[in-house]
Design a protein around this ligand. Structure first.
Ligand SMILES: [Zn+2]
Length: 105
């Protein structure tokens, strides 16, 4: 009789562990879901100087390495600007501004 009782306790223990494992799996799955969810931070990813083809902000002359806030795709080129204002200024007279862009060497 004693061995049966021990066996039942043992089985109950296994079941308990199994349930616990399932809970953990669900928790990990939920965690994974939350990490794959797009976070608001991904929207504010900064542009880097490596992503653009100009050496300087064509409007104000600031080196792109100092920081880029906005970019413009123009004539198959990617031009980086230090601010949206500089980009707007460029767009106002794009053909002339484009001709004066200092490209990376
Ligand atoms: Zn600028």
């Amino acid at each position: 009789m004693k061995t049966i009782k021990t066996a039942i306790i043992f089985l109950a223990g296994i079941l308990f562990i199994a349930c616990n494992n399932n809970d953990q799996k669900e928790n990990t799955a939920a965690k994974k879901d939350s990490t794959t969810m797009p976070s608001p931070k991904t929207d504010s990813v900064k542009y880097t100087a490596l992503m653009v083809e100009n050496a300087k902000d064509p409007t104000c002359g600031m080196p792109v390495g100092a920081g880029i806030e906005d970019t413009l795709h123009y004539k198959n080129k990617i031009i980086g600007f230090c601010s949206k204002e500089c980009k707007d200024e460029f767009v106002k007279n794009a053909p002339k501004s484009f001709a004066a862009v200092e490209w990376k060497k």
